[in-house]
Design a protein around this ligand. Structure first.
Ligand code: GTP
Ligand code: MG
Length: 565
């Protein structure tokens, strides 16, 4: 089935033509029939000679009902433009055509009606010229009479040819049904009618009702989690220059008509503040209209549904430059570059597919890369991510300089310094030789020891390297500048081994001790161990206790020990 919207001036015979083609009554309201005038959208369908189905959205032509007309043509791919032979081109012929042009409708037909009342030639020529200058381009024209039925077979054949040209609807997209009206039918529940802009509905599908908590005119049924509801968008205009737009206009998108405040940014780009939020995506087409002047200001293409605030001086000019580069086609690499860090889900809700688009990060070096989350579902611009990594290293080094004895920089302090929205991002940025330990980021090796401590450790190594089980005496430690905090830092860095308060050895001493003790007749006493290790009780007692705890030695009931092999 394909859908065609009618368009054309009041009383030019749109509804009569739809009735003649379908045998159905598009004017469903008593008031419409009494007044002989369409007020609200009508729907009717018929089978074409090819066997395909065409459905008509019949729109009102009266100037007062243009908003209803726009709700009808919003997401419709093709138009049947109706001009009466006896009246010719009229104001709403022009306004409706401007709306179709603004929406970028590319497929259409011209029906010159009431051909029994006047020569259709002049009306046809004028209408074709007007239409040719729009997104519709050159369209086939058929002269018809709803009264006599003349031209109807030709019109049906032309509709069949039009149907064959239309691109197939995209069915895998998220569903967005712009609801025109809803009512309650006993036994069925709530029934809605509307236009499916994208996607495919199946019985049992779960949808989301947009703006359900607000008494708004716009209602939509949406695939859950796939749409960003926004009241602030940056758009590109096709039509009047941005500078000529009034400060307030009406935005028509789908069946929605929402008042907007207009802030020009570039020559053809503006920021729109919507009176209430709509589920909009990057690339959406909409239309701006000045209801007071009956003037379609132009079509808009949504460039950004989550634009940055323009608070700083010069922000608007900078924004205009960014917008100049955008064309409304979702662009993952560009979004990542501009937003730097964003959740995949947020991008999808803006209409930017995350899975299918390659990110050409640094084509020269790496070739195309697909967007892989850096942590959780966070995506990052590769260059920004690299800078963050460098910044993290600098922050940790600076923190170590300022707090030489602290066991690293707290993850949360880093998160704040780097202005990151999520702790997992800090964790993902930590690379060796840095590591996370007990909620802090620090160097894993002794290389990062404060210089004075590193020098003191070197002195210990020089003085005690050949007597590895002789611990420096307490006053020697003081001479070397190794107080409890310095010792703590050296121990955390793995540069010293603490046996007890003020009893430290070089870290390799444990393995060496096990080797020496294994050479003794087993089991061995504390005294034998002390002699073999050439050390004092001050060292031997805690050293053997540490080896016991580590399972390298075992203490027997008589206090002798054996090396566990
Ligand atoms: N003689 C003649 N009269 C026609 C023809 N088509 C429509 N009419 C008459 O023109 C008048 C308006 O026709 P409609 O079909 O209601 O026009 P419309 O374009 O739907 O009007 P709106 O919906 O209000 O914009 C009616 O009185 C019709 O009978 C035609 O082909 N020949
Ligand atoms: Mg009508």
């Amino acid at each position: 089935m394909f859908v065609v919207a009618t368009a054309g001036h009041v009383d030019h015979g749109k509804s009569t033509l739809v009735r003649a083609l379908t045998g159905m009554e598009p004017d469903r309201w008593a008031e419409e029939r009494r007044r002989g005038m369409t007020i609200d959208l009508g729907f009717a369908w018929t089978t074409l000679p090819s066997g395909g189905t065409v459905a008509f959205v019949d729109v009102p032509g009266h100037e007062r009902f243009v908003p209803n007309m726009l709700a009808g043509v919003g997401p419709v791919p093709a138009a049947l433009i109706v001009v009466a032979a006896d009246e010719g081109w009229m104001p709403q012929s022009a306004e409706h055509l401007a709306a179709l042009d603004a929406l970028g409708v590319a497929y259409g037909l011209l029906a010159v009606t009431r051909a029994d009342l006047a020569d259709p030639g002049p009306a046809t020529a004028r209408a074709r010229a007007e239409i040719a200058a729009t997104s519709l381009g050159a369209v086939p024209a058929v002269a018809v009479s709803g009264l006599t039925g003349a031209g109807l077979p030709e019109l049906r054949a032309a509709l069949d040819r039009l149907a064959a040209q239309l691109p197939a609807p995209v069915v895998d997209d998220p569903v967005r049904l712009w609801v025109d009206r809803s009512f309650t039918v006993r036994g069925s529940g709530t029934v809605v009618t509307g236009t499916l802009g994208a996607g495919r509905l199946r019985v049992g599908d779960e949808l989301e009702l947009a703006g359900a908590d607000e008494p708004v005119r716009v209602r939509g049924l949406l695939t859950p989690g796939r749409f960003h509801h926004t009241d602030l968008v940056d758009v590109r205009l096709a039509g009047d220059p941005a500078a000529d737009l009034p400060a307030t206009l009406t935005l028509h998108v789908g069946s929605a008509a929402v008042p907007v405040r207009v802030r020009p940014l570039g020559p053809d780009t503006v920021r729109l503040r919507l009176a209430h939020p709509l589920p909009l995506l990057v690339g959406d087409r909409a239309l701006l209209r000045d209801p007071g002047r009956h003037h379609v200001s132009g079509g808009v293409r949504v460039l950004d549904v989550a634009p940055p605030p323009l608070a700083r001086r010069g922000a608007a000019a900078a924004r205009a430059q960014v917008l100049a580069e955008l064309d409304g086609r979702p662009d993952l690499a560009g979004e990542l570059r501009r937003r730097r860090l964003i959740r995949a889900g947020a991008l999808i809700r803006m209409g930017v597919p995350v899975r299918d688009l390659p990110v050409h990060a640094e084509p020269a070096q790496n070739g195309p890369a697909f967007a892989e989350p850096v942590a959780g579902d966070w995506l990052a611009d590769p260059a920004h991510w690299r800078r963050l990594g460098e910044q993290l290293t600098e922050e940790v080094a600076r923190h170590a300089r300022e707090h030489p004895l602290a066991p690293g920089m707290p993850v949360d302090a880093l998160r704040q310094r780097l202005a990151l929205p999520d702790r997992v991002l800090v964790e993902a940025l930590v690379r060796p030789p840095l590591r996370i330990h007990a909620g802090r980021v620090g160097a894993a090796s002794a290389d990062a020891l404060p210089e004075a401590v590193a020098r003191a450790v070197q002195r210990v190594r020089a003085e005690y390297g050949d007597r590895p089980f002789r611990a420096p005496e307490a006053d020697r430690l003081v001479d070397l500048g190794l107080g409890p905090r310095e010792i703590g830092a050296a121990v955390r860095a793995g540069a010293l081994l603490r046996l007890a308060d003020n009893v430290v050895l070089l870290p390799d001493a444990l393995d060496d001790a096990v080797r020496v003790l294994a050479g003794l007749p087993q089991p061995f006493t504390l005294s034998a161990a002390r002699q073999a290790l050439d050390t004092t009780r001050r060292v031997a007692v805690p050293l053997l206790e540490l080896l016991d705890r580590r399972g390298a030695t075992r203490r027997l009931p008589d206090d002798a020990r054996i090396v566990v092999t």
